[in-house]
Design a protein around this ligand. Structure first.
Ligand SMILES: [Zn+2]
Length: 69
């Protein structure tokens, strides 16, 4: 069984906060927690935005019975 295809993740140069060198597969510092690269940080941010949008749409659907996708 082949390994799952991993996206190209830039090699973290170390935690910007505590300078800990994490494993390259780590996207977040194992010691203090923040994203090790801007890509990971952006992904987290976009995930939050997506969730907000979904919540908003769901809210509209609940409030407006006429609302259809
Ligand atoms: Zn850290």
């Amino acid at each position: 069984m082949p390994d799952q295809a991993l996206p190209d993740i830039p090699v973290p140069s170390g935690c910007p906060h505590c300078q800990t060198q994490n494993a390259t597969v780590n996207r977040f510092c194992s010691l203090c927690g923040p994203p090790l690269d801007s890509e990971a940080g952006t992904a987290v941010l976009q995930d939050d935005i997506q969730r907000c949008r979904v919540d908003s749409i769901f809210d509209r659907m609940l409030k407006d019975p006429e609302f259809k996708e």
